[in-house]
Design a binder for this molecule. Sequence first.
Ligand code: UD1
Length: 424
Amino acid sequence: MDKFVIHKSALKGSVKISGSKNAALPIMAATLLTDEECVIRNVPELMDIRTMIKILEVLGKEIKFQKNTLIVRTKRKTSLKREGYVAPYKLVRTMRASFCCLGPLLAKRKKAKVAFPGGCVIGVRPVDLHLKGLRELGAQVVVQKGYCVACAKALRGRHIYLGGAFGSSVLATANIVMAAALAQGLTLIEHAACEPEIESLVLFLRKMGAQVKGEGTPLIKVQGVKALGGAEFEIIPDRVEAGTFVAASLATNSPMLIEGVNPLHLTSVIEAARSIGGECDLKDSAIFVNPGGTKRAINLTTLPYPGFPTDLQAQFMVCLCLAKGISLITEKIYPDRFMHVAEINRMGASIRRNGPYVIIEGRDKLYGAEVMASDLRASAALVIAALAAEGKTEVLRVYHIDRGYDKIEEKLEMLGAKIRREKQ
Ligand code: UD1
């Protein structure tokens, strides 16, 4: 296992953002909807992408991944042979996003057996909306020995309400849109997720020949077609990675040019950065962040897109630990996503949690310590805290960060960060 050894650093210069992991994963799953070749560009080099490659290979795809381009072909007509529809637990348990193979497998191969994802450190993560949507399309879905087994001779379009207790679901929307693309007739998905990753999945499906409208809105209309073909596509920039660098700039008081982004995907994040006191100068595909002087305390609430993303809550918490005054963070997507609180407190922060709320009393400084990364975004927050803290910090268990941040230490080193990867 690796750890990062990090010293307080002033950052400077520019950073280039990679392709979006959360956009790439469902698009990779969508290649199961066709036997023709798909070419996907700007795919980030990450553990989660490698895991999805392994799953697709188990499901009969042949994949080349070179220089951020994925070429996906079908090895053989696997149709209903066991290996053709089973996504095994040993792979699915490392990455919940693999559950979005369920919809395309079912639609194309009429049968799907995907390991039921377990809990994870950010809280209970149910999949009831995925199952409800597929059942409404006419699939028989049962949970057997830890697997979700779904079958349907033919899926039929329906009017589906996909809202849940915490609002819309990104991957449930992805699963249902993909299944509906090959269903008979018209499917209306109400309370669909509006995230840019869903918009880009729909653009990819359209290139494959799917008839989908309404992406980016809560009502998506899918007119099923008989078959889909291959397609070429470019993955959108990672808005979470970009937001992480915005937080790093603010927390370390370092002006930074963040390049290769779509600022329109980051409106709530830019708004939060400005409220904290940073200046954000927006270009077509770049953001220049000038952190300004003293940071201000703010109230921040995570919400489905276009609200402030839960995937940036931990990173912005670090900024607020260094702001003047008392901030309040309300986590509306994952009320238990606060494993990082205790770790940041070990660095001298004053954060108190009560249910889905945390109250942060800003401090002048954080101090280096040994801290433990608990999940992907929490790891990024600890790295930011370490760069801002006095002295030396050791961030243990950084394998989490490798799941979702492409060349993170290389990018930080280019900005002048004192960061070293060592064996733990
Ligand atoms: C995706 C992102 C993840 C992000 C999350 C929320 C990917 C690969 N992952 O995860 O990084 O943090 O969106 O923006 O894109 N829920 C239910 N029932 C369900 C499904 C979800 O109640 O069947 C709840 C969840 O517990 C959560 C909320 O809905 O409270 C939103 O979760 P969801 O959008 O489904 O997250 P993911 O798509 O898994």
